[in-house]
Design a binder for this molecule. Structure first.
Ligand SMILES: *[C@@H]1O[C@H](CO)[C@@H](O)[C@H](O)[C@H]1NC(C)=O
Ligand SMILES: *[C@@H]1O[C@H](CO)[C@@H](O)[C@H](O)[C@H]1NC(C)=O
Length: 170
């Protein structure tokens, strides 16, 4: 009985076709394109609604089609949303509330997923660039600390392995 439940559980996950497997890491892990902009932050969602709503709609309109999700128009909409969150976070001078928010590494992960998908789309790096706001007067460093990212990814890996161990010893 127990193994039947486990089997069903594995089937459910294996059968779930992920439209783009975007490897974010950290607290978010891997997400599909439909979850790429599902940032959990009330202020960002409010401030960037006019940039992020069209991007979310573009992703939904692609209906899990990899080639569509990775085409120029969809990527441009997604980058516009990320650019808004990036600018907003810098403006508020706070830490990224979510590894998907205003994040150049997250956009690179999106592009990597496009390349790894069956559609095999190369998204030009230039189309992914986030620019610092024009009124920025601080050092030109991204608000993401590389060391922190590595620690977050490592912690995610430990959690991931831990849950597999739990699953296997059930
Ligand atoms: C995330 O995706 C990568 C690349 O496909 C894969 O190697 C890794 O196992 C995935 N991690 C999880 C937690 O699904
Ligand atoms: C993706 O396309 C490139 C050329 O456009 C090709 O060299 C490469 O082998 C393809 N990769 C896969 C996984 O199909």
């Amino acid at each position: 009985m127990r193994s039947a439940i486990l089997f069903a559980f594995i089937l459910a996950f294996a059968g779930r076709a992920l439209a783009l497997n975007i490897v974010i890491g950290g607290s978010v892990g891997n997400v599909s394109a439909t979850d790429f902009l599902a940032v959990q932050d009330t202020k960002l969602n409010a401030d960037c609604q006019s940039q992020c709503q069209p991007a979310t709609q573009a992703i939904q309109a692609c209906n899990d089609d990899d080639a569509c999700l990775c085409d120029t128009a969809t990527v441009a909409a997604v980058v516009a949303c990320q650019q808004c969150m990036f600018t907003d976070i810098i403006h508020d001078n706070r830490k990224m509330p979510d590894p998907r928010a205003g994040s150049a590494p997250a956009l690179s992960a999106y592009a990597a997923a496009c390349l790894a998908s069956p559609a095999n789309v190369t998204v030009p790096a230039t189309s992914l660039a986030l620019t610092l706001p024009s009124n920025w007067d601080g050092p030109s460093a991204l608000p993401l600390n590389l060391g922190e990212t590595i620690v977050a990814v490592a912690a995610g890996a430990v959690l991931g392995v831990g849950s597999i161990v739990i699953l296997c010893t059930m």
